[in-house]
Each structure stands twice: as structure tokens, then as C-alpha cells.
Design a protein around this ligand. Structure first.
Ligand SMILES: Cc1ncc(COP(=O)(O)O)c(C=O)c1O
Length: 407
């Protein structure tokens, strides 16, 4: 069944915005997505009807809020097909999820001389925490390069994996190329070498398959705001066996069992990793976003997004002097490019004046830009509400900008 895109667009009030007399063309979805009315209403409803602190409360509102918060954990568990609900840890976002693993797994399992492997196409949030961990523990930081199409060099990964490799971290989808990395294959290779695997799913969980058990991921991280939910909330999925063996990341309220002057014992999962008053409404809003996605057919979303992506890619490739960077074997949602003789920032600024929102720069992937020998790119990124008409507006905008800049 095809998606009813007109209805979907009507569900996102911000898409009605006009900028300088032009309808907003929002193509910055890899940075953050817009929110459907149902998510906005769910958040308003929480603050209007049952705002309260959770878990410890002995009163009606606290029970309502606790139930909704924990129900949201169930929604996430089902969405990513985690075996247990307590394998879903709420964090502030992908960045915190990865830092949690880098600190906690790092403290328990990384020793001097151990090796951690990441890829050259990681977002800084799946790069720097591992570099910092290696510095702290005296471990070695290994980086797998990508090839001329933006695909991971699996042959190099194969060579780098050895009995000292403790962890492999990579993104399922690259935010700068849109490459869909062969996650199942990489995880199998890492497991065969005895290493655990963290999958950065920030750009994957809303666009492609996202079954943590089918992937056999040890850790899986994503952000609510990139899947049509609110900011300040994210998820760390971890296999029970790892989470049980890892020490808490932060100390404070909620993460304890018993506190005495002599020692503290810790709460059970997932609360061991959720110190302090959490973002109570965040998971509730994120669950509303997941409900929104679930009400559509996910294979329809994938098919539709792929169609718009390939339409955009083909249209962009027709532009004289345009270099396109998203040429991996399998790709999703990202259209990265530069136009000869035009600075990416200038193009982005002109597009903005026509109401077209794109992102320009290094996209928190400086190692990619260094490898390509460029400073940055223009990146248009798609969500389920984007249309071929919006791609046409982007192409028209680029031609107008090129003319204005004398190209
Ligand atoms: C691939 C990838 N990983 C991690 C992140 C970090 O996500 P957040 O800033 O929501 O923590 C991003 C954000 O753009 C991303 O694209």
C-alpha cells in the first residue's frame, strides 16, 4: 500500500510554514526531524494532566506518570525487538548512550594493550568517546577506512580484527554519505573475533530495518529527536549479559539499592543506569512518535523514502559541476554534494533564502572530510514526509543560486 503523503504532511504542522513567501522545504532531517501533532499533543497532555516525578511516588499523578514512562519502554522494546524490557536504557540521546558504554564497558573490560575498532565514517559522537577511552585505558584505537564510493573497507576490518579486539563500533547508516553499512556481516566478523559490537543507529532506526536480535548487536544507540520525537531523550539498548556485568555510569538517586557509609549496592536493570530524575516526558513523547511510525507500514516507508532518494540523486547528478558523495552500494535518506566553484555555506545560505533548509559543513564527521580533501558538503536529508516536488524545489533553488553566483 502506498503512503498517503498528503495526510502525513498534514500531521506535521510546521510543514505549513512560509519563509520569505516560499513554502518551507525541510531537508535537514538527519540533524533533527519535525514532530507530528500526536507527539506535540502527547507532551502537552503530560504537562497538563499528570506531570509528576516517577517511580517513588505514592500518589495518583506519580502512578500515572510512572505507568506512561514504563509503557514507553515497552514500546521501544517492541520497536527494536529487544528480548527484555530492562535492556532498554533511557539516555539523553545517541551521544550519551555511546559515552555510557565507553565509560562503563570501558571500565569493566578495556585494559592496556586492548584494541577498539571504529570506522572512518563515524559521527564524532561515535569516534571521540572511543578515542578518549583508549587514552584513559592505554588501549589502541584502530580505524577502518572507506572506499571511493563511501563503503566500509571490509577487507581492512578483517585484517584489523584479532584476539586483542574488545569492541567494534560503527554506524548502521552514515549521516554524511547515507551508506547503509552491512551491519549483520560486520557484527558476525566482530563476534567471530570475540569482540562486542556497538551499532550507532541514529540515522538507521527511522529509515531501515531495526531488529536488534536479528542484528545480534551487543549495544544499539539512537536519539528520539531524529525519529519524530522530542529532543533530550535517547535509547541505549544493551544485551542483558553486558549490562549486568557493567558498573553504573553515574551515581545518584534511583540507581541505588542500599546506601550505607561503608558501601552502596545498585538497583536492578534498567535503573542501575538511570541516575537522578530522568527526562520523564521524553520517553512518553518518543513512544508517541514510534506509535506514529507503527501506524504506517514500515516497508512502505522504506520503499517511499528510497524512491524519493533515488529521484533526488538522479536529478542532482544532472547538474553541471556537481560532485555527489553518496554512492555506496546500499544507501538511504542522505543527498550529499558540492558544486564546483561554490562554497557549500554560500549555497546553503542562498537556498535558505528560498525557504529550503539544508545543512552545510562537516556534519560532525571531520575525518570523512579530511579523507575526501574537502572542508564540507551541502547535505539534503530526507524524512517520510518529503516529496519529489520538494526535490524539484531544491533543484530549482540550486540553479537559481548558481545563476546568482555567476556559475
Ligand atoms: C550517525 C550519528 N550518530 C550520532 C549522532 C549524535 O546524535 P545526538 O546528537 O542526537 O546525540 C548523530 C547526529 O547527527 C548521527 O547522525
Amino acid at each position: 500500500m502506498a503512503l498517503d503523503i498528503k495526510k502525513i504532511r498534514d500531521d506535521f504542522p510546521i510543514l505549513q510554514t512560509m519563509i520569505n513567501g516560499n513554502p518551507l522545504v525541510y531537508l535537514d532531517n538527519a540533524a533533527t526531524t519535525q514532530k507530528p501533532q500526536s507527539v506535540i499533543d502527547t507532551i502537552t497532555d503530560y504537562y497538563t494532566r499528570y506531570n509528576s516525578n516517577i517511580h517513588r511516588g505514592a500518589h495518583h499523578l506519580s502512578n500515572l506518570a510512572t505507568d506512561a514512562h514504563e509503557e514507553a519502554r515497552k514500546t521501544v522494546q517492541k520497536y527494536i525487538n529487544a528480548e527484555h524490557r530492562h535492556e532498554v536504557i533511557f539516555t539523553s540521546g545517541t551521544t550519551e548512550s555511546i559515552n555510557l558504554v565507553a565509560f562503563s564497558f570501558g571500565e569493566a573490560f578495556i585494559n592496556p594493550g586492548d584494541e577498539i575498532i571504529i570506522t572512518e565514517m563515524e559521527h564524532h559522537s561515535n569516534f571521540v568517546p572511543w578515542q578518549m577511552l583508549c587514552e584513559r585505558q592505554g588501549a589502541h584505537f584502530r580505524v577502518v577506512p572507506f572506499d571511493e564510493n563511501g563503503d566500509i573497507r571490509l577487507d581492512v576490518l578483517e585484517r584489523l580484527l584479532n584476539e586483542k579486539t574488545r569492541l567494534v563500533a560503527f554506524n548502521h547508516v552514515s549521516n554524511s554519505f547515507g551508506t547503509v553499512n552491512p551491519a549483520r556481516e560486520i557484527i558476525q566478523m566482530a563476534h567471530d573475533a570475540g569482540a562486542a559490537v556497538l551499532v550507532d543507529a541514529a540515522q538507521a532506526v527511522q529509515h531501515i530495518e531495526h531488529d536488534v536480535q536479528a542484528l545480534d548487536a551487543d549495544f544499539y544507540a539512537f536519539s528520539g529527536h531524529k525519529i519524530y520525537g522530542p529532543t533530550g531523550i535517547g535509547v541505549l539498548y544493551g544485551k542483558e549479559k553486558w549490562l549486568e556485568a557493567m558498573p553504573p555510569y553515574q551515581g545518584g538517586g534511583e540507581m541505588i539499592d542500599l546506601v550505607t557509609i561503608e558501601e552502596t549496592t545498585y538497583n536492578k536493570l534498567p535503573f542501575k543506569f538511570e541516575a537522578g530524575t530522568p527526562n520523564i516526558v521524553g520517553p512518553i513523547g518518543m513512544a508517541a512518535a514510534i506509535d506514529y511510525i507503527n501506524a504506517l507500514n514500515f516497508s512502505d516507508i522504506m520503499r517511499y523514502e528510497e524512491e524519493v532518494l533515488e529521484y533526488g540523486r538522479n536529478k542532482l547528478l544532472e547538474i553541471d559541476g556537481l560532485t555527489f558523495y553518496g554512492n555506496a552500494q546500499r544507501r538511504t535518506s542522505i543527498l550529499p554534494f558540492n558544486i564546483e566553484g561554490i562554497h557549500h555555506f554560500d549555497l546553503g545560505t542562498l537556498l535558505d533564502s528560498y525557504g529550503i533548509a539544508v545543512r552545510t559543513g562537516h556534519h560532525c564527521t571531520q575525518p570523512i572530510m579530511t579523507a575526501l580533501g574537502i572542508e564540507g558538503t551541502v547535505r539534503a536529508s530526507l524524512a517520510l514526509y518529503n516529496t519529489k516536488g520538494e526535490i524539484d524545489a531544491l533543484i530549482e533553488g540550486i540553479h537559481k543560486a548558481m545563476k546568482m553566483l555567476g556559475r
